[in-house]
Design a protein around this ligand. Structure first.
Ligand code: SIN
Length: 283
């Protein structure tokens, strides 16, 4: 197995491995690389198929479903992420977010297997939220350590939310719901369960405010922190090829699917692995 870094902040390509037949120690090494590099692009896995994707997901942990998105008919834990050529609706995963951070226990890993991707365009960008925290001033770090944030899926997935009002012409079936407005608090700085390092556990998709603060009071500081974590120095950008399996550490990253491929179809299949409730970083 060969691991080549994609950028200074995070990300690695993995080649020379077959995830369908991988021995346990190889699976452990891939998992460790996903934690160390925050996202790995495992190349040349076209032969996995959906059975192989599901089987490999189970080797990383317990698969969980994705609320508010219709899964595949015969595979409740798999979401078909697809945008057809010329489709004008807002793309799924467009805009910075951390998957399902509005749950009490957000996923540990997300897997995304590329089936039919554009020759250029349609890249995904990830941020390293540990590096984002560690590169803040010590004064701001101290101030953030005592804070909690409110997460909710309401803005994108609520009735009348972003995906609801942009349904027209979308191939994927999003299921807007009043339930999406439920709120979940998490520490702003969490502890990585494997490395014990701090994570700036905030994302633009689902965080609505700091707990105990009004939304308008929270906005300026949140915007400043997003600008910092999403800056070039804290991110990497990866290009997809058919058969690439991305595995990202959802606890320590945000990501954003870039919507710049109107002339191409883009189809990938996504699974998520159960995580644990974020625990505050003690400093
Ligand atoms: C997602 O956010 O799960 C989708 C990312 C992508 O399509 O690149």
């Amino acid at each position: 197995m060969k691991i080549s870094r994609l950028a200074t902040a995070l990300g690695a390509d993995i080649t020379n491995v077959d995830l369908l037949t991988a021995a346990d120690d190889t699976v452990d090494a891939v998992r460790a690389a996903a934690v160390e590099h925050s996202v790995v692009m495992v190349r040349d896995q076209k032969h996995l198929g959906l059975d192989g994707l599901e089987a490999f997901t189970r080797r990383l942990g317990t698969p969980i479903d994705t609320p508010f998105v219709k899964p595949m008919d015969d595979r409740p834990d798999v979401v078909q992420v697809v945008k057809e050529k010329g489709e004008r609706a807002l793309n799924f995963g467009g805009g910075w977010h951390t998957d399902l951070s509005y749950l009490m226990a957000p996923p540990s890993f997300t897997l995304l297997w590329a089936y039919d991707v554009p020759p250029y365009g349609g890249d995904t960008v990830w941020s390293n939220q540990t590096r984002a925290f560690e590169t803040l001033s010590s004064g701001l770090q101290q101030c953030l350590l005592g804070l909690r944030a409110v997460h909710s899926a309401g803005r994108p997935y609520g009735t009348g939310g972003v995906y609801d009002i942009t349904q027209k012409g979308r191939t994927m079936t999003i299921l807007p719901s009043a339930d999406a407005f439920a709120e979940q608090e998490h520490p702003v700085v969490s502890t990585h369960p494997d490395t014990a390092r701090p994570i700036l556990f905030l994302n633009s998709g689902y965080v609505t405010r700091f707990a105990g603060w009004a939304a308008h009071e929270s906005q300026a500081l949140l915007s400043q922190l997003y600008m910092h974590s999403q800056s070039e120095a804290n991110t990497c950008r990866a290009h997809w090829t058919n058969g690439t399996l991305a595995i990202w550490d959802n606890r320590s990253t945000q990501h954003n699917a870039i919507n710049d491929y109107p002339e191409f179809r883009r189809e990938l299949f996504r699974t998520t692995v159960a995580g644990t409730p974020p625990v505050a970083y003690a400093g």
